[in-house]
Design a protein around this ligand. Sequence first.
Ligand code: TRP
Length: 375
Amino acid sequence: MTQSPETPTSSKAEEALANATNDASLARSIARSAEIEADLDVNPGRYRMLTGVRPTGNMHLGHYFGTMRSWQPIQDRGVDTWILVADYQVITDRDGVGPIRERVLSLVADTLSVGVDPERSTIFAHSAVPAENQLMLPFLSLVSESELHRNPTVKAELEATDGRAMTGLMLTYPVHQAADILFCQANLVPVGKDQLPHLEQARLIAQRFDKRYGRADKKHPVFRRPEALLGEAPLLLGLDGEKMSKSRGNTIELRMTADETAKALKKAKTDSNRVITYDPENRPEVSNLLMLASLCGAGAPEEIAERIGDGGAGTLKKVTTEAVNEFFAPIRAKRAELVANEDYLVSVLHEGNARANAVANETLDAVRSAMHMSY
Ligand code: TRP
């Protein structure tokens, strides 16, 4: 097979992906993100925001403060908000997907409980949108194998698989993620810095598609070019001081009761110095609890520390527990109501899936037509 001129050479692609994370480009992304942030108030109607979450278990406070808390404010500014339940991304590794149906519905409940309004926003699942998934084929033809191997996130995922074989879907999941973003013509994707290479991959695919199929210099490109909304996600550690993750069992879940939260926090790792100070470098565990209490509205971490003084870890945990339970009480109450009504959760998903399918079918039609494959 000969390479057509617009086929990416691996070095160019590598450069583009590496550029997504180098300092100058990061500075550009940050500046552009701030510009968009300001424009959201002026022209919310210009934006369609898409974010995706893998239904791997129950959402925890790391998810909440990392991304979920920004969804309602974005939606309420009038931005067309799309939340993807990324169920096909869960099958990227070879472990079982667990009780996937429960997890998907639990994620829908989490999403609604943090204020996403299904009347205004679209909540949908990968597996329910065939036309989106079909975009994988033309998209895969626009990326090279070595480019996929060099994707920093895929590399990290490979390392995390602990020597087990990587599936083809894992290798190509950035392409699938590009399909997530591009099928619905989203132009805004809230991401952390680590996800910038993914977004760059999506932009490259959009660009290459339009170029290859003669839409690059016309007024009507098939795809929009998505941009990053870089969030200021505070780094919350798990209760053992390690990275917060479900598999480590060191999280506080959104769905926990006040008692369960108290129990989990009681087990949190601290240190033996009774005088509580905010010192993330030298006292990561203590500082993490102060940060958590602070995020839940208890004041600045330093102030909370001062109030506790020499009250020790016990007082710190008590203060943190109260702050967390008070902050999450309304979300948890709403969530409890929602999970009691499975039919409702399913109906929300059905409606979102229908909207997603309508847009996906339109996009696929445009793709077929650009490719001269409409028969
Ligand atoms: N990869 C993301 C994660 O692991 C989830 C995701 C899937 C996503 N599709 C997306 C995020 C599209 C943003 C846009 O959290």
